[in-house]
Design a protein. Structure first.
Length: 202
């Protein structure tokens, strides 16, 4: 158990370091390429990889849509009525989240922004769009999870939301993981053809 806890600490440290390197890149497309390579390395070799041993993604890498620079935004965090959610899990106890605001994206929809009460707190921004259950995981993807290091930047009034960085939660790969999913305010029928895919484009 202690070994697993240290492995998880190592995973989170590596993710936080990867996102810090991404934020330091002047060219977001280069940062995205770095992020993809870093995720593939972690998925392939880290003992806390969510992939099972024979998952072909270990060899092929995670599939994505091509990077689209027009889908990167710095957006103001707008006020929204506070809402509290408690999501029971079988392994991690209750996951508690609090809605702290909302962002409007210039692609036809907005998203609720949540604060995870676990891990000392952190921004959480899930997304379930019109590609879900077809090209992407049916339960949705994540854009930000700053409690675990997935942070693209911002300031005291705004956050960076880059739809090209939408990624599948670990529960997409392995039933051992349980993940908080996109609530109504994080769902849209708009197709977001950016970020991680279930399988490569043909």
């Amino acid at each position: 158990m202690v070994s697993e806890q240290l492995q998880l600490t190592s995973w989170r440290r590596a993710v936080a370091r990867l996102y810090a390197e991404v934020r330091a890149q002047a060219d977001p497309a280069e940062g995205h390429a770095m992020w993809r390579a870093g995720r593939d390395e972690l998925f392939r070799n880290h003992p806390q990889s969510p992939l099972v041993e024979d998952d072909p993604i270990r060899d092929t890498g995670v599939p994505y849509w091509p990077y689209k620079p027009e889908l990167r935004f710095t957006v103001e965090l707008l006020p929204a009525e506070e809402q509290h959610l408690t999501i029971p899990t079988s392994s991690d106890g209750d996951i508690k989240m609090r809605r702290i605001g909302r962002v409007d994206l210039p692609v036809g929809f907005g998203l609720d922004v949540w604060w995870l009460e676990q891990y000392g707190g952190g921004l959480f921004l899930p997304l379930r769009d019109g590609t879900a259950a077809h090209e992407t995981y049916g339960a949705g993807r994540y854009l930000l999870d700053t409690a675990k290091g997935a942070d693209l930047g911002g300031d005291e009034n705004s956050i960076v939301v880059d739809l090209n960085f939408a990624y599948h939660p670990s529960c997409r790969y392995n039933y051992r993981w349980e993940c908080p999913l996109a609530q109504d305010g994080n769902r849209t029928e708009v197709r977001v053809e950016a970020g991680e895919l279930l399988s490569p484009l043909t």
